[in-house]
Design a protein around this ligand. Structure first.
Ligand code: MRU
Length: 359
């Protein structure tokens, strides 16, 4: 059975504690905005879409506490993790509902439902790519834990499996916090999906010896030109995939696309506590006098991306800016119709997903 990373009932946001998995399955109950911000900062809840949904509910908790303005609440939650674009989308959805006197719980519920539905659509759109690409490599955790349900990178694999594909997944361990070894492997093991965890520095070996048919990852922020930020180490995988003519796919819901950013050059890269690198399982690995550095993300240029797997289908990097502009126009028009007293309509659907694009 698929995982649910978080759920909300009557003033309590419950999150699966992603720091404790896979050894311990426990739920942390969050009752305040500050506790939610801390859970996001410490990666108790993590993965860009899950962070966005948690932050949306954090805003709801802030309103219930009665001691924040919408702007102050947004500021506290927005200071937790700078790279994930979804964080700011989730905050803004509830901030604007709050500021205009609408039902904030309904706004957060709707946002959550949209994220889950988009991830399911990513699964449907991307599954044909993995009907023949049997051996797939992924980095970090872009599964249900990272997206509330379904996943981004893992959603097409889930749907392909349901359709009978025989997949094998190479799981990068993802130092320093081991989201691959701990979380992706946990999700795959629960669903009996064949996989092997590999050291991060082994990916080049498997790619160059013909043992990987495709790479699929999630993203924390995607610029208009297709440059994207994802977990540190993603850039290397993309370069080595290109060197070995292995297709490289990036799966993401619309909340991850930052159409205000022309390229990846200005994407903020979170730098975390150096001890996450130097200390493992409570034991210092490095000499006491050695420094360490801990950028949590890197930015991969669009030229390494074969295609984006979006809720509306497969989008090549060269078509991304046009797709985002069309969506923005459709949203503006729908907003204008609502303001004019009409019903507004959902943004039009793109062409149905095509088969695997060549390189
Ligand atoms: O630091 P994390 O664990 O939040 O980083 C998560 C990732 O890099 C994921 O690949 C990304 O958020 C995509 S999740 C669908």
């Amino acid at each position: 059975m698929q995982v649910r990373a978080l759920w909300y009932t009557r003033g309590v946001l419950s999150v699966l504690d992603q720091r404790a998995l896979p050894a311990v399955t426990r739920v942390v109950r969050l009752r305040t905005l500050a506790a939610t911000a801390e859970a996001i900062r410490t990666l108790t809840v993590r993965g860009a879409p899950s962070i966005g949904v948690a932050a949306a509910y954090g805003m709801v908790l802030g309103k219930l506490e009665g001691r924040y303005t919408p702007a102050r609440a947004a500021k506290v939650l927005g200071a937790t993790r700078p790279t994930a674009h979804d964080l700011f989308v989730g905050i803004e959805v509830v901030r604007s509902a709050w500021a205009s006197g609408e039902d904030v719980e309904a706004a957060a519920h709707a946002y959550r439902a949209k994220v889950v539905e988009e991830c399911h659509q990513i699964g449907i759109a991307g599954a044909p790519l993995f009907a023949t690409a049997r051996r797939v490599l992924t980095h970090c955790n872009a599964g249900a834990l990272a997206t509330v349900e379904w996943g981004t990178a893992l959603a097409p694999l889930r749907v392909a499996r349901q359709r009978g594909a025989h997949l094998f997944v190479w799981v990068d361990e993802t130092r320093p916090l081991l989201q691959g070894a701990r979380l992706t492997a946990w999700e795959l093991a629960r669903e009996h999906i064949p996989h092997a965890v590999i050291a991060d520095n082994a990916a080049g070996h498997f790619l160059s010896t013909g043992q990987v048919d495709a790479v699929v990852v999630g993203a924390d922020r995607i610029a208009r030109n297709g440059d994207f930020a994802n977990k540190i180490g993603t850039y290397e995988k993309a370069v080595v995939a290109r060197e070995n003519r292995v297709p490289f796919y990036v799966a993401a819901p619309w909340s991850t696309f930052d159409s205000h950013r022309a390229t990846g050059a200005s994407i903020p890269v979170e730098e975390r506590d150096p001890d996450e690198v130097a200390v493992m399982a409570g034991r210092r690995l490095t000499p006491a006098t050695s420094r360490s550095r801990n950028p949590a993300f890197d930015v991969t240029p669009a030229r390494y991306v074969t295609a984006f797997i979006t809720p509306e289908g497969i989008v090549r990097p060269r078509d991304l800016a046009r797709t985002l502009a069309r969506r923005a126009r459709a949203e503006r028009n729908a907003g204008a119709r609502v303001r004019a007293g009409g019903s507004g309509t959902a943004p039009p659907r793109a062409r149905s997903p095509r088969g695997p694009p060549g390189r």
